[in-house]
Design a protein around this ligand. Sequence first.
Ligand code: IVH
Length: 685
Amino acid sequence: MITGAEAKNRILQLRQLISEHNHKYYTLAAPEISDYEFDLLLKELQQLEEAFPDFHDPNSPTQRVGGEVNREFVQIRHNSPMLSLGNVYSREELLAFDERTRKMLGEAPEYVCELKYDGVAIGLTYENGRLKHAVTRGDGTTGDDVTANIRTIHSIPLQLHGQEYPSIFEIRGEVYMPRKSFERLNNERNLTGQEPFANPRNAAAGSLKLLDPAEVAKRRLDCFLYNLITDKAGFDNHYDSLQAARSWGLNIPPYMIRCSTLEQIYLFLDEWEKNRYKLPFDIDGIVIKVNRFQQQENLGSTSKSPRWAIAYKYAPERAATSLLSVSFQVGRTGAVTPVANLKPVVLAGTTVKRATLHNSDVIRELDVRIGDTVFVEKGGEIIPKIVSVDLTHRSLFSESLSFPESCPECNTPLVRNADEANTYCPNEDACPPQIKGKLAHFISRKAMDINSLGEGRIEMLYDHGLLKNVADLYSLTATDLLGLEKLSTDADGKIKKISFREKSVENILKGIAASRSVPFDRVLYALGIRYVGETVAKILTGWFGNIDALAKAGEEALLQVPEIGSKIASSILQYFERQEHRELINRLKEQNLRFSTEKTNEITDNRLQGKTFIVSGRFKTFSREALLATIEKYGGRNVSTISSKTDFLLAGEEMGPAKKQKATSLGVRMITEEEFLQMIHTEKL
Ligand code: IVH
């Protein structure tokens, strides 16, 4: 056993070492040790921190995987307002900016050109070399404290290098999602039936807003810093200040030049307009800044943006091509999406062959026809869209497109609800893409996590008639699988042969068997009931304890559950109404999948038996009605007037001071919503 002092030394040493390797890997892209060696160091640190919790530090590299879950973000006021930038869209406007600037200064300034990163603005404050907090722009005056989420970004140092940095300073920059992370995230969202993000910027913004840093860590965000705010650092210009910040370990992008003429600026503009799609992240223009701080100060700012900087925005790229045909694709939920097949055309760095037409309303509004010359655009959105039709090229004989009346996959008549733009195939249990989608969702990571099977293999087993629904997975045998073969084309059009050899068959069967121990909430999520995502599944399983109780619950009972509204409730009711679904669940039960929470047998539902509660104020996770119902569900009693016999005052926000005083004088214990949640179950929803 090592002593506390030894542990502390080693912990500090490991944090330093890991932080150096982290910098080499994520910021300099020049790792010195293998991932394996890195993991060993991290693991050693984790174990020591667990054994010696006194040395906990929120800025330890172990915390990058995500610490505590937030209930909501604390608001922090910016020291100086977080401004935006004025935009220009042409060289003429840029020229005007330069003229204005020169006139105001009485001399020609030196400029710095940088890329305009398309993400979410962030301000990082460092105190004595340690990351103190990270705040979003918010309304420009106050923003959200998202420090816990920002710690998950590996290129942001939690501890600066060397000794040269100012004791306190702020540096601002942009949190963005690299295109690779974005594609991975959207693939996963598609697979699990969640709405994909339209572009990396939205994905970055959505990720920073997540309350659970562990989830943020999985999103693989990154960050570039471009604006050091300090007056005591001894630099007289922006460029030098950023070079210094880079030497402290901060991630300053390399795409930056100093220019003294407009011609140099134009070259930079043109170079990146051409090469922007070769970057692994999105930019939407370039930023031109006056370099010297003194000149910046002389120019000052308006209430919205500084006069010493301007953004030159690139126009969304647009291309003309012709519409060859339209296919109608059926997704996992049965939604039928029209997809335009185009004559291949290069747009925003990639060859575009298809564009979404969204739904029948969009087709009607565009009145787009086969053979038309159409304009496609990628306005920051990953999926290109048809923005307009060139009517001057339209053939006299073209006809308006019509939306199919029956499913292109299974021929079932399609339905469209009055309040929805989508058209659906209702044949959810027998329409091939719907079944395949359900199977893919069932095996996905957040559901049953059977990673030895992928989408390609699922498709193949389906095509061979071995899988008709998710329960069939559990009756697969080695004889069924051995020797199966199939040719498949991947996303890049390459042909791959998928075949099942002994080793992979063994892995598949092992993976399926192991999924029997997946907890109930994930099993419920895996069933793919509409609107029952991960969080809703956790709430439902926590409340009902087992599937029979959930299946029996009527609308009223469902609506009592915190967070469950009528849309989710009616989807659950519809699901369990169907005999096919009840049979499916029975089959899965026979296969020993978990359909109850472990704790229901041990913990009685009368944890609050004999206790009286008075509920007052506003609450974060529960409505007042839901709280009253929860207290009763666990055997407690609600009272409306406080007395010395009352056991607990459950105090929310904005509770009147008189109540508080009364409770104190009567000796009634006051508890917060969090404490109440802990009383009923320690696990987090
Ligand atoms: S400087 C006082 N530099 O674009 C404003 N901003 O549309 C200082 N942005 O609010 C901002 N890349 O969030 C600056 N190289 C860059 C940037 C950049 C992206 C963002 C930033 C800004 C927004 C304005």
